[in-house]
Design a protein around this ligand. Structure first.
Ligand SMILES: C[S@@+](CC[C@H](N)C(=O)[O-])C[C@H]1O[C@@H](n2cnc3c(N)ncnc32)[C@H](O)[C@@H]1O
Length: 264
């Protein structure tokens, strides 16, 4: 007996009497079955994240935002620090975590608030070892031309989603201004060896004994530099977000095994 293959014309014929959504799903089933016969399987795209961070410009991926949100919602901490809110993209994920946890958490977030291309270049020429010291298009278009600080713009973005009430946005250098101790720290100022050398000793200073660090822009070289400058254990890397457990070394404490997973 001759073998027949059902075509999309057959599918349209089969479903002509159905309503439009029933028709779409019947057509999908017919196509799915035909593809399966040919050895292919159809998979659904991942559902989009429910977090609002995508509405705020900046540099943070879906997976990174979800990971940061989960840390903020589940870490049993009283204080969270963010270094580098820029326009509030990563900040919003932390705020949503705090909101959904329903607990009282003090969340302090700093940004240098560089207000012009000249200030930007002067700062990063002093700091960066390998990264570019040229301002991004986002900085030019969304900050320098607005005559507002990044904290003001971040507050505006967060207010749209009723998230500004969960964070104290501070314009300035955390290494100079902050004297608190935190149980969870997200730092977006660890882009290369120069910036890690500058900021990491201050992260150590403001960390509680078992602080969780989420450090952005981690690659094997940056992870090695973090290990070189602090007693920390790498737990996981999500895209480029490195999640570490900082373990302060006190007299008599063991050295931490700093095994680096192959994925880092
Ligand atoms: C890559 S941007 C942050 C992007 C942001 N997290 C996002 O989700 O889009 C890095 C920011 O870190 C800030 N920064 C760098 N060093 C800092 C420091 N020592 N204290 C406070 N902010 C700092 C800079 O002003 C800059 O806006």
């Amino acid at each position: 007996m001759a073998k027949t293959v059902q075509t999309s014309t057959d599918a349209a014929g089969l479903t002509s009497s159905l309503g439009s959504s029933a028709r779409r799903s019947a057509i999908k089933q017919v196509i799915g079955r035909s593809l399966k016969k040919m050895g292919y399987t159809l998979s659904r795209n991942k559902p989009p994240t429910k977090l609002v961070f995508r509405n705020i410009p900046g540099w943070f991926s879906d997976a990174e935002a979800e990971a940061l949100y989960t840390l903020a919602a589940t870490a049993p901490v009283r204080r969270i620090l963010e270094v580098g809110h820029f326009l509030g993209r990563s900040t919003s994920a932390i705020c949503e975590g705090i909101r959904d946890a329903g607990s009282v958490i003090e969340f302090n977030s700093y940004d240098l608030g560089l207000a012009s291309a000249e200030e930007f270049v002067a700062h990063y020429r002093r700091v960066f070892d390998t990264c570019s010291s040229q301002p991004s298009r986002e900085s030019e278009e969304l900050v320098f031309s607005q005559e507002k600080t990044t904290s003001e713009i971040a507050k505006m973005h967060l207010r749209r989603f009723d998230l500004d009430r969960f964070v104290n946005l501070i314009t300035g250098d955390f290494t100079v201004l902050d004297r608190t101790q935190y149980g969870l720290i997200f730092c977006d100022a660890t882009h290369d060896r120069g910036e890690i050398a500058l900021n990491l000793p201050h992260l150590v200073r403001v960390s509680s004994d078992d602080c969780v660090w989420a450090l952005h822009d981690m690659n094997p070289g940056n992870v090695a530099d973090v290990f070189g400058a602090s007693p920390a254990r790498l737990i996981r890397v999500v895209d480029t977000l490195g999640i570490f457990r900082f373990q302060r070394q006190t007299p008599g404490s063991q050295n931490v095994d700093q095994g680096l997973p192959p994925s880092a």
